[in-house]
Design a protein around this ligand. Structure first.
Ligand SMILES: Nc1ncnc2c1ncn2[C@@H]1O[C@H](COP(=O)(O)OP(=O)(O)OP(=O)(O)O)[C@@H](O)[C@H]1O
Ligand SMILES: [Mg+2]
Length: 283
């Protein structure tokens, strides 16, 4: 039976909670404050494989922060540690300067961190509205709620509102997501993350499976998310896309976060060089 998580902010709220930085648009917002999220000296081994040997990462409020690196560099491992899917062997995570433990995806969500996984994890046979509320379905008031009746009308209205807010053009939130294009499906997955994510939305390769037009739609969506006061961590292999949308870029090589750069102050060629080790990392 579906249950409503109590005390959880989300679609019903009139505006998104943006921590204490209140929707700043400037890419350098929060420079003098503790980072919104910080990973320090993270280490992670899988048996004898060292996935992360020195993971350091700082996310500012309201920025799009790309994490790049070659295959096996440790990007997904870092993301999974932040979203509670795997646990670090060493190191610490901090939010707004205070240490936190994130041992499950649910704990991450409770801290306002939502993740869009690469496989999207949408329920194909359900419509956008049902997907948005998957696992968080709204019940009707008692006594109907005692029998598990869902308040579909309320969910649909809130979904339409979320789609409007994100400027996502889906003709009907009632059609099964199976019938949507790849870009629209990605949009629904992103909308779900944004609808519930209060602080941080993490996207692992958000455009990897998409065509050109769909990719640009998702990139617009990422900018829209930032404009709503949420910070975005974006893992990507696509450097032109990273340069189109990210405020800062962290480069991972062989399990080490070797540098974090302001996108405006670097070039695609030097980032490629740092990823491969051909160019020394200079912040
Ligand atoms: N569950 C696991 N078990 C064993 N080894 C793992 C596991 N997950 C990751 N690794 C190893 O850790 C290293 C880092 O993997 P990770 O998936 O973080 O890389 P990545 O940067 O995301 O790579 P890609 O660009 O290919 O997605 C790799 O050597 C990988 O083989
Ligand atoms: Mg990966």
């Amino acid at each position: 039976m579906p249950s409503r998580l109590t005390g959880q902010r989300g679609l019903g709220d009139s505006e998104i909670d943006v921590s204490d930085d209140g929707g700043l648009q400037d890419a350098n917002a929060g420079v003098d404050k503790p980072p919104l999220l910080e990973a320090r000296n993270i280490q992670k081994h899988f048996g004898r494989v060292v996935a992360l040997r020195d993971g350091n990462f700082a996310l500012r409020p309201n920025e799009v922060h790309a994490v790049v690196g070659d295959n096996g560099a440790g990007k997904s491992t870092l993301i999974k540690i932040i979203s509670g899917v795997t646990h670090a062997d060493e190191g610490e995570l901090r939010i707004n300067g205070g240490p936190v433990t994130i041992t499950t995806p649910r704990e991450a969500r409770e801290l306002g961190i939502e993740t869009v996984y690469q496989d999207l994890a949408l329920a194909d046979h359900l419509d956008a509205s049902a997907n948005l509320f998957l696992g968080r379905e709204e019940l009707l008031g008692p006594p109907l709620s005692w029998f598990g009746f869902l308040d579909k009308k309320a969910m649909r209205l809130r979904t339409e509102e979320a789609m409007r807010r994100l400027k996502i053009g889906i003709q009907s939130v009632d059609q099964p997501v199976l019938s949507l294009s790849g870009g629209q499906r990605q949009a629904v997955a992103v909308a779900r993350a944004i609808a519930w994510g209060r602080r941080i939305v993490i996207m692992d390769e958000p455009t990897a499976a998409l065509g050109v037009r769909e990719s640009s739609m998702v990139l617009e969506l990422i900018k829209e998310v930032r404009s709503q006061g949420i910070a975005v961590i974006m893992v990507s292999h696509n450097l032109p896309e990273v340069f189109a949308v990210a405020d800062r870029i962290t480069v991972l090589r062989l399990g080490r976060t070797i540098v974090t750069l302001n996108t405006a102050e670097t070039t695609l060629e030097s980032v490629v060089g740092m990823m491969t080790g051909a160019v020394a990392a200079v912040a």
